[in-house]
Design a protein around this ligand. Structure first.
Ligand SMILES: NC(=O)c1ccc[n+]([C@@H]2O[C@H](COP(=O)([O-])OP(=O)(O)OC[C@H]3O[C@@H](n4cnc5c(N)ncnc54)[C@H](OP(=O)(O)O)[C@@H]3O)[C@@H](O)[C@H]2O)c1
Length: 282
């Protein structure tokens, strides 16, 4: 309870302060090939644009993926995460591009609970496993700190519209998946980009035009290009460094910005046995 109150106060102050500061830029993008899922919109698109020719734009909308790829001189590949089977087929296509880094950026928010868990966790895990990239960045969210009742397997079958509870649960379960990958020796970083003005967020807000017109957008939300810096920081840390990038800084696991549930062995085992069952039994 005390931890949660502390997070509400310090966490929100930190998000706000970060949005007001000018974003730190990465000077050189190393010549590594980075596959970004959901590379056709928001933070993913901004990340691909920053990577330029080193990007592999992963998108389910191939017209848009080709458009972006040709503008920046990059490659593109169809990545569909609507089901684990579609994700595995997408990974088979993507393997031909030999990515050095996979950025699991694609996600949904505000859809049904089952779609949220399927896209954000199960299909993302199936894609990661079938691709086998040496470095993985899982795009999380500070919402994982508020994940409650994530130990409910019904989330995978519940078609009720999500009130952000499934989204928060999905981001916590994705961090559990990161822990499982670390145990397998994969170099994984979780990245929390902050609160960012993107189509996902605008779709969820009731009055996005009002937020824009009153100037609150600039005060409260980061630009996707600033969020891209966080993803690239996570992607290009030296290989021996693993952990959690919040905004543009690597955090210790005990940080106030990381839920203790991420490291709880029982919670990790629960996610493996219930949410990721399909991935670990095939
Ligand atoms: N915006 C924020 O404030 C915020 C805060 C914390 C974390 N994040 C995280 O940042 C990441 C990017 O979000 P965003 O805000 O940039 O949202 P966005 O603009 O809506 O981008 C989401 C991307 O995911 C793709 N996608 C959705 N369902 C898919 C599926 N079934 N198969 C393949 N691709 C699919 C979308 O494809 P289409 O282009 O075809 O729709 C889109 O390119 C997400 O992981 C999100 O949870 C965002």
């Amino acid at each position: 309870m005390f931890r949660r109150l502390r997070w509400i106060f310090f966490g929100l102050c930190d998000e706000l302060a970060h949005n007001l500061l000018p974003s730190q830029q990465i000077c050189d993008v190393p010549p590594k090939r980075v596959l970004v899922t959901g590379g056709t919109s928001g933070i993913g698109e901004a990340t691909c644009r920053r990577l330029g020719a080193n990007a592999i734009v992963g998108g389910r909308n191939m017209t848009r993926a080709r458009e972006i790829a040709s503008e920046i001189g990059a490659s593109c590949v169809r990545v569909d995460l609507s089901s684990p089977a579609a994700a595995v087929a997408s990974a088979r296509r993507a393997r031909a591009f030999h990515p050095d880094v996979l950025v699991n950026n694609a996600a949904v928010m505000g859809k049904s609970r089952s779609e949220t868990m399927r896209v954000n966790v199960v299909a993302t895990a199936a894609f990661t496993r079938a691709l086998g990239a040496p470095v993985v960045v899982n795009v999380g969210s500070s919402s994982h700190l508020r994940a409650q009742r994530f130990t409910d397997p019904k989330l995978l079958a519940d078609d009720t519209k999500d009130d952000l509870r499934a989204y928060a649960a999905s981001k916590l379960c994705l961090m559990h998946y990161s822990q499982l990958l670390r145990e397998e020796g994969v170099c994984v970083r979780d990245c929390h980009p902050g609160i960012v003005w993107t189509p996902m967020l605008k779709e969820y807000l009731r009055y996005p035009n009002l937020v824009e017109a009153t100037g609150l957008r600039r005060l409260l939300f980061k630009h996707p290009a600033a969020a891209a810096t966080s993803l690239l920081t996570a992607a290009f840390l030296p290989n021996n460094l693993t952990g959690y990038v919040v905004h543009n800084r690597l955090q210790p696991p005990t940080s106030l910005r990381i839920s203790p549930a991420v490291h709880d062995p029982k919670a990790i085992a629960w996610t493996k046995e219930n949410i990721l069952k399909e991935i670990y039994t095939t």
